[in-house]
Design a protein around this ligand. Structure first.
Ligand SMILES: Nc1ncnc2c1ncn2[C@@H]1O[C@H](COP(=O)(O)OP(=O)(O)OP(=O)(O)O)[C@@H](O)[C@H]1O
Ligand SMILES: [Mg+2]
Length: 412
């Protein structure tokens, strides 16, 4: 099951080129490791999802996501599409229960259960829209440390090998992330890194920005392959100004548009057309454009598709389908600390020049302070000078420690 954001629809609409791949017999596909199989999560649904923020200027509460609902079944891929600033990332963050500086209301259920945070995090993973790699690690080490920090001890090498193979990164396994792999390979690594723990639901924010449609689709197809599944359907959530304009099968969007009196011209990419339709940012007449968006939203709310979606979500919520989770043993603070230290030493070792320079600088400072200290007399007259020397050395050390902040943010 995949829930992905933006850019995906354009590719999804062109996915007929990849149908042979989708139809490929599972037996012919690469061997899927059992860690990646999904036999527990059957659906994720969300209803009444509203995210409100306090406007800094006016102090008023403003909904940046308003009563959004959806339902994604196991094996489905849902693309969230909409103009920039319409709330795609906010929706994914709210669905994935990531901390956001806003009030979140609504229900998000896996199967029919609102899971506690720990269980929810166990079955989901989130790929951010920007890379958060440590550049001086190799591709394999990146996956190894992700696996160690997640507490995976059992068959972790097998998982990593499967991921490297599935994401076409075997030849780059020993390459440094910063210098040895391309932008597209980095995005693939970002997804592979999140799959180490074998999540059943993957949220991808701009998973493929800057990539062409083949890698875009390959990412989804690879994930399906790992789960020994095919992408059974591609659904689409069209958002505008935080509100739903359409939710349903990708293949049904053209019929839906015709049903509400919007004709998609021939020889025009439907994705581009829809994006333009719900985008008011560059309109000459903002009032008319806003009215058009409001009308489209009312038409959606009154449509059969919206009713059916509502009923499906209600039926899902009413079913008593639970979820059993076998949690991996998470490493304790000590274990995590050791892994992070190991990672830092490796980083320092790879960046030996910078760290040697730092070491020499600190030693120079120590010698300087030491000689100053030795020159001071041990009598009352020197107390003020001793205090000054202590203050200067403490201040200097604190100042130098601040230089580690960027590295801390990178590690974090
Ligand atoms: N914590 C926040 N505080 C204030 N405003 C926010 C906050 N988070 C998001 N917003 C606003 O909410 C709206 C939706 O933002 P979001 O990042 O979800 O858009 P997006 O659809 O992902 O855009 P893009 O395609 O450019 O990534 C924007 O207008 C943004 O300014
Ligand atoms: Mg975004």
């Amino acid at each position: 099951m995949r829930v992905s954001s933006t850019e995906c629809l354009g590719n999804a609409l062109n996915y007929s080129a990849f149908k042979p791949y989708l139809r490929m017999d599972i037996e012919q596909r690469p061997v899927a490791e059992k860690h990646f199989l999904n036999t527990t999560v059957h659906k994720i649904s969300w209803s009444g999802l509203t995210v409100a923020i306090k406007d800094r200027r006016t102090g008023q509460t403003r909904n940046i996501l308003d009563n959004v609902e959806g339902l994604v079944n196991s094996g489905d891929c849902c693309a969230v599409m909409g103009p920039s600033g319409c709330g795609k990332t906010t929706l994914l963050n709210a669905l994935a229960r990531r901390p956001i500086n806003a009030t979140v209301d609504g229900r998000v259920c896996i199967n029919s259960t609102q899971l506690p945070d720990a269980a929810f995090r166990h079955v989901t993973s989130f790929v951010e829209d920007h890379d958060t790699f440590i550049g001086s690690l190799t591709v394999r080490e990146t996956l190894q440390f992700a696996s160690k920090l997640a507490g995976i001890t059992h068959e972790s090498q097998a998982r990593i090998d499967t991921l490297l193979k599935s994401f076409g990164l075997v030849d780059q396994a020993s390459a440094l992330v910063e210098k040895g792999i391309s932008k597209g390979q980095k995005r693939r690594l970002a997804v592979a890194e999140r799959l180490v723990t074998g999540p059943k639901i993957l949220f991808l924010d701009e998973p493929t920005s800057g990539l062409d449609s083949v890698p875009v689709f390959t990412l989804s197809a690879t994930y399906a392959t790992l789960q020994s599944a095919t992408i059974s359907s591609l659904s689409l959530l069209l958002l505008s100004a935080g509100k739903t304009q359409y939710f349903g099968a990708r293949s049904a969007v053209i019929d839906y548009c015709e049903g509400i009196g919007v004709t998609i011209p021939q020889r025009v990419n439907p994705a581009d057309f829809l994006l333009e339709l719900v985008n008011i940012d560059f309109s000459q007449d903002i009032t008319a454009a806003s009215q058009r968006i409001a009308d489209l939203q009312s038409l959606w709310q009154a449509s059969n598709n919206a009713q059916l979606l509502c009923e499906s979500i209600l039926a899902t919520d009413r079913s008593s389908e639970g979820l059993s989770i076998q949690a991996d043993d998470k490493p304790g603070i000590g274990g995590q600390l050791m892994t992070l230290l190991q990672r830092s030493f490796l980083k320092a070792y790879r960046d030996i020049m910078a760290y040697t320079f730092r070491l020499v600088m600190y030693m120079g400072l120590a010698i300087l302070m030491g000689t100053l200290w030795l020159q001071l007399d041990r009598n009352q007259d020197s107390i003020q000078l001793l205090i000054n020397a202590l203050l200067v050395s403490c201040g200097f050390m604190a100042f130098m420690a601040v230089t580690y902040v960027p590295a801390f943010i990178e590690d974090h």
